[in-house]
Design a protein. Structure first.
Length: 264
């Protein structure tokens, strides 16, 4: 019988050759996700909500219902901006000063001293029809321009806007990752003891002025993110404004990480 030592040496060499390349293999590329709007203005639905306010759970539930709307991410782009109640007792963990500043800017546009929460805003106009189960107003709109958002990493999104208004140049891009299936046990305020579930929740907004390059306005935004956010899926929402004016000119969005199916 021939000794097995030469055979074992060959076997060891083959195994080593198989392992070494794998150890030095490049990591898989990050999947690029692209969202692109039509030229017509999308309907941008904003809900300003607070876990401490009595009417907010009903508004949150209404917004969550848009997940089954066939227009979602096509002509309809929703987002929930959490704000803190003026009354002490409970702090909304997703409340952000940027959200409060946006609501204040709307209040100035509307010429009102106070803005009630929850508040639903459709294309910059406050709308209370949600509470009466009315259809979201989506009248025919003129061309606004094509907005493209390319997410090629977990931390950045590249925005390109080709506006229909060629004369205006002071465009600003805003971007937010939004969380699905966020459950909270309320420990204070008007909803003490309740458990709420929210979707489309802005986890933090980034903004940047766009720079023109051959007729296209572009920018790369850092995607800020609350790392402790227990989300069940993620989406991305991007919208364009005329400088400091909060009214959206165009918006686009979509799912980045699909929500898990809820157990029946």
């Amino acid at each position: 019988m021939k000794p097995l030592r030469p055979f074992l040496r060959l076997l060891a060499a083959a195994v080593l050759c198989a392992i070494v390349p794998a150890a030095h293999a490049a990591p898989p590329p990050v999947q690029t996700t692209t969202f692109k709007s039509a030229a017509k203005r999308a309907t941008f639905v904003e809900l300003f909500s607070s876990e401490a306010k009595k009417g907010s759970p009903a508004a949150d539930k209404w917004l969550s219902g848009l997940q089954s709307d066939e227009r979602l991410w096509k002509t309809l782009v929703p987002v929930l901006f959490a704000v803190d109640s003026s009354k002490p007792g409970w702090r909304d963990r997703y409340a952000d000063t940027e959200n409060a500043a946006r609501l204040s800017a709307y209040r100035a546009n509307w010429g009102v001293e106070h803005a009630y929460v929850p508040a639903v805003v459709v294309n910059g106009v406050e709308w209370s029809g949600w509470a009466r189960e009315e259809a979201i107003p989506m009248p025919p709109t003129p061309d606004a321009g094509v907005l493209t958002a390319v997410k090629a990493s977990t931390e950045e999104v590249t925005v390109a806007f080709e506006p229909a208004d060629k004369a205006f140049r002071d465009w600003t891009a805003h971007a937010a990752l939004v969380g699905y299936g966020i459950v909270s046990k309320i420990g204070g305020g008007e909803n003490l003891g309740k458990t709420t579930r929210r979707d489309f929740v802005s986890l933090r907004v980034s903004r940047k002025d766009l720079e023109e390059k051959r007729g296209v306005f572009k920018a790369t935004l850092k995607l800020a993110f609350k790392t402790d956010a227990p989300t069940n899926g993620l989406g991305l929402v991007v919208w364009i404004t005329r400088g400091e004016n909060p009214v959206p000119v165009q918006a686009v969005g979509g799912i980045v990480k699909p929500p898990l199916l809820k157990k029946s």
